[in-house]
Ligand binder design. Structure first.
Ligand code: NDP
Length: 477
């Protein structure tokens, strides 16, 4: 069985308490790995190591840092097969998708290797002085991440942190720490000074809390649930820490009457069901113009029924299991609530039948018609493969419905009219708007949420800025 150690001060270590836990495969409940489980004391050791290493790493030039980050990207690519298998075994996603995730994390390292070189200051002339503005690394960063994209979402933090000159302590999700730890191990092996990159395993309530509360960390970058983000924000306030929060979503998908219905249905199916709907920018609510509702819905159902479900290690599956029993129970609860309040179940709504599915958390992609805003699926983040459909009469109605949520991460609109597209995009309350596309993530562009979906931005040059402090040096003339 794979053994996963913590990474502290350049060493692979077990925890001070020697505690370990077994990670199980959500496809079949078989044990995958034994993991060292840390405590607050282990987190402190890692923070202290990162603090010592900050003196060394922050003094390197951006060119030196770029060389190491590019080497790290190469190493991640060389190790992609091993890391991707761990990712599939620990969280269930098909191996093909796991490989894509790991390779895209290597691209993030390459991108920030170069973006770090563009950290330029300013020169300002005044009547009695000259001002130099420097952007300097904020210090030790605590990076706390969830299980749905445990490698990619960590790479979004690791790469800009290191490129800016910060050191870090990462806390991967307790139930899926394996691939993330191997990713950081590759980054360390590329030649980082000891202690510049650390990984501590263990519960969010202790290890995560220590990273948030300990004054050594000057910056918290967190992806996870809105409730956890709220807790982190409150506790980070004690030391006025810098915060990046990528939180939950409840993304609307608007299909206008003039849109390419085949393309819209394909895009909706993919974004509602891939990763079993366990994506923060998943399509959660579909609003379709009433005059095209029938053909759109038929095509969506057809696509849902065509998706192959199975163990992620099989080469031909589109969808793996859900991550946990709890998530599948919540999905069932949301579907039952919708049906009770008048929604029509068009497909799915149950576990697939057969021996291959008996021991895993499988669930069929589900389409519900006649949904409305009284239903949990339309208000809460289901984090399951469910696509509820509601018809609309006018675009104004659709936008009002789309904005009727406390979340604001992503929103999508499909139309062939430029004016409609721009009008909708300007009025939708979300950090990312997909027009005729079902993904608002682009490595070079800002990603983040409005309202209770988050604070700050990752990716692009914005991602680097999140790890920099501004300093004004005034020269008297
Ligand atoms: P959680 O908030 O439960 O956990 C995320 C991470 O935070 C885990 O490592 C967890 O540790 C840790 N944690 C938990 N409590 C604390 C605490 N008090 N202090 C510090 N750390 C803590 O989220 P999930 O893992 O359930 O992830 C799913 C959520 O993530 C969804 O809401 C989804 O929308 C959101 N998400 C947002 C994205 C975005 O970019 N906006 C992208 C992807 C997901 P442990 O594992 O031990 O509980």
């Amino acid at each position: 069985m794979h053994q996963s150690h913590m990474l502290i001060d350049g060493e692979q270590v077990i925890s001070l308490s020697r505690k370990t836990e077994i990670i199980y495969n959500p496809s079949n409940q078989e044990p995958v790995a034994e993991v060292a489980v840390g405590s607050r004391q282990d987190a402190c050791l890692a923070l202290e190591a990162a603090k010592r290493a900050f003196l060394i790493w922050s003094a390197t030039s951006c060119q030196e840092r770029a060389i190491i980050l590019h080497s790290a990207a190469d190493l991640v690519r060389k190790r992609v097969d091993g890391i991707a298998v761990l990712l599939t075994l620990e969280m269930g996603k098909p191996l093909r998708n796991a490989r894509m995730e790991v390779l895209s994390s290597a691209d993030v390292l390459d991108y920030y290797a170069e973006e770090g070189k563009r950290n330029c200051g300013e020169w300002i002339s005044s009547s009695h002085s000259r001002s130099i503005v420097l952007r300097q690394p904020v210090g030790v960063a605590a990076l706390i991440t969830p299980w749905n994209f445990p490698v990619d979402l960590l790479a979004w933090k690791v790469a800009p942190a290191l490129a800016s000159g910060c050191t870090f302590v990462a806390k991967p999700p307790s139930l899926a720490p394996l691939a993330a730890t191997e990713f950081v191990r590759a980054v360390i092996d590329a030649g980082l000074p000891a202690g510049a990159a650390n990984v501590v395993h263990g519960p969010g309530s202790t290890v995560g809390a220590e990273l948030v509360e300990n004054p050594i960390s000057r910056k918290i970058a967190f992806t996870g649930e809105t409730e956890t983000g709220r807790w982190i924000m409150a506790h980070a306030a004690a030391h006025i820490k810098r915060l990046s929060l990528e939180l939950g979503g409840q993304s609307p998908f608007i299909v206008c009457a003039d849109s390419d219905l085949q393309a819209a249905a394909a895009a909706a199916a993919q974004r509602a069901f891939s990763n079993m709907g366990q994506i923060c920018i998943s399509v959660n609510r579909i609003y379709v113009a009433q005059e095209v509702a029938e053909p759109f819905t038929e095509e969506l159902v057809r696509r849902a029924e065509r998706m192959k479900i199975g163990d992620g290690m099989q080469t031909d599956v589109d969808l793996g299991p859900m991550f946990s029993r709890m998530l599948r129970e919540r999905t069932k609860e949301h579907v039952a609530d919708a049906i009770e309040k008048g929604a029509e179940l068009l497909t799915g709504g149950e576990e697939p039948v057969g021996e291959a599915y008996e021991r895993g958390y499988f669930y069929r992609p589900t389409v519900l018609d006649n949904a409305d805003h009284r239903m949990m699926v339309m208000r809460e983040e289901t984090f399951g493969p469910v696509a509820p459909i509601m018809k609309f009469k006018t675009l104004d109605d659709a936008i009002a419905l789309a904005n009727d949520t406390e979340y604001g991460l992503a929103a999508y609109v499909f139309t062939n009219d430029l004016k409609t597209a721009l009008s909708a995009a300007e009025r939708l309350e979300a950090g990312g708007i997909g027009v005729n596309i079902n993904n608002v993530v682009d490595l070079q562009a800002p990603f983040g949420g409005w309202k209770e979906s988050g604070l700050g931005r990752e990716l692009g040059r914005y991602g680097l800025e999140a790890y920099l402090e501004t300093k004004h040096i005034r020269l008297g003339m």
